[in-house]
Design a protein around this ligand. Sequence first.
Ligand code: NI
Length: 137
Amino acid sequence: MEEVVRFGVSMPVALLERFDRIIRMKGYTNRSEAIRDMIRDAIVEHEWMENKEVVGTITIVYDHHKKGVMEKLTDLQHTHHEGIASSTHIHLDHENCLEVIVVRGKPTEIKELADNMIALRGVKHGKLVVTSALDGK
Ligand code: NI
């Protein structure tokens, strides 16, 4: 069992009221869990800035009828094969494919791969989500 510490935080009443409104809308039932999540988010962002190894997903939607798009996506994934843990392809309808690629590695490399995929002609939408195997969750 991990040791837990309690600490007090001072802040203006209005700031805390705004915070409470926001976390209620997000579905938090207590401040502690909301603050823990924000701290984790800040740590992930810091690790990103320090270029420490992170994990993430690249989600893209593309039209597989667009000439060359599937080949280019496959080429990119083979070029970056060391950083790709898995990928899932879903045929959404006649034209559109959804692909989710699980990646790990240095933020700069992951970002480059995601940018290259999202910029391809035929890719309609794409998003990179980065996270980290945080200690202390
Ligand atoms: Ni498909």
